[in-house]
Design a protein around this ligand. Structure first.
Ligand code: PHE
Length: 337
């Protein structure tokens, strides 16, 4: 029993060292010298001891109890002192802790800038569904069920007629169905394709769509609007070129390139030694698309264009891997403050 008592005191001395507040102190007091504490329990065992041992152990227990009591009192005083000390030295002039300020995601920055540029040119914003009807995503855009153009845009189907949109172009059809010409709209948002993930593909990405329909709209209007957009986004020194491209809902169709900003069009690794970077698809709205929404294709013409926001952001900010946009690494995102 002697050993047990010594061990108990040692444990107490350890515990008291790590006691930081009065609640913890109270707990220890109860544990050791409370009515049901260790000391009481040991005192209760005294009658079981032999005649000679009883007074010796009894004395020992009482001494330990007293010394524990003393230590507890001292500790209490010390905690009290610490508390008032803490209150006294509160310095109101010390600068507060910084809290983390959020920032716009680079894709959001591109969408905002794009919207501003086109609003400035008289376009208005429209918003459309990400869950789209096959009709708007494909058929209304001159891409019937068996058209090979569907192969490039495999999607996530919810039912045979409902899918996650693969492009923002369905907003061309939806807008024209809803209003007579003239039309000048921009629509941005998420699109989905069944692509494997690599440095330039993610199954979800953002597109920016534009459409203008009116009397006497020509290819030169398209060139003017796109060139102005590229100058505002990438800088006036960049050249813009149009080369033939195929999209079923425009005729003629074009792919738009902007001169490489790293080599000024001379050719470097970044532009595949061509001097040009492809940034969007565009063209004059196909008469069949106009007819399907009930527009008079004899009287009206229009242009449309579509681009990936991630691609624009990668070229503008010099980002080489599209996955960075979606990893939520704060070290990456903080660079766009
Ligand atoms: N929607 C096309 C795509 O995703 C781009 C495009 C839009 C092309 C408008 C022409 C006109 O590839």
């Amino acid at each position: 029993m002697e050993k047990e008592i010594i061990h108990l005191k040692e444990r107490f001395d350890q515990q008291i060292l790590f006691t930081r507040n009065s609640m913890e102190l109270e707990k220890i007091r109860n544990e050791y010298i409370g009515r049901k504490g260790y000391i009481s329990k040991l005192l209760g065992q005294l009658p079981l001891l032999s005649q000679e041992e009883r007074p010796k152990i009894g004395k020992m227990l009482n001494q330990i109890k007293q010394s524990i009591q003393k230590v507890l009192e001292e500790k209490e005083k010390e905690l009290q002192k610490q508390k008032t000390f803490k209150e006294e030295i509160f310095d109101y002039t010390v600068p507060g802790k910084d809290f983390l300020m959020g920032t716009f995601h680079p894709i959001e920055l591109i969408l905002k800038q794009t919207e501003e540029i086109f609003l400035g040119m008289g376009f208005k914003m429209v918003d459309g569904p990400e869950i789209e009807l096959d009709y708007y995503n494909f058929e209304g855009l001159n891409i019937p069920k068996d058209h090979p153009a569907r192969d490039d845009q495999d999607s996530f189907y919810i039912s045979p007629e409902i899918l996650l949109r693969t492009q923002t172009s369905p907003m061309q059809v939806r807008t024209m169905e809803n209003q007579p010409s003239p039309v000048r709209i921009i629509s941005t948002g998420k699109c989905y394709r069944r692509d494997s993930i690599d440095s330039t593909h993610t199954p979800m990405f953002h597109q920016i769509e534009g459409l203008a329909v009116d009397k006497d709209i020509s290819l030169s209007d398209l060139k003017g609007v796109i060139t102005e957009f590229c100058h505002q986004i990438f800088g006036k020194e960049r050249k813009v070129r149009f080369r033939p491209g195929y999209f079923p809902f425009v005729e003629p169709g074009a792919e738009v390139d902007v001169s490489c900003g790293l080599c000024n069009g001379k050719g470097c690794q970044s532009c595949g030694y061509t001097g040009w970077l492809e940034i969007m698809g565009a063209g004059m709205v196909h008469p069949h698309v106009l007819e399907m929404v009930g527009y008079n294709a004899e009287e009206l013409t229009g242009f449309a264009f579509g681009m990936g926001a991630e691609r624009i952001a990668m070229l503008k900010y010099g980002i080489h891997d599209i996955r960075l946009f979606f990893e939520n690494d704060i070290r990456f995102l903080n660079q766009f403050k």
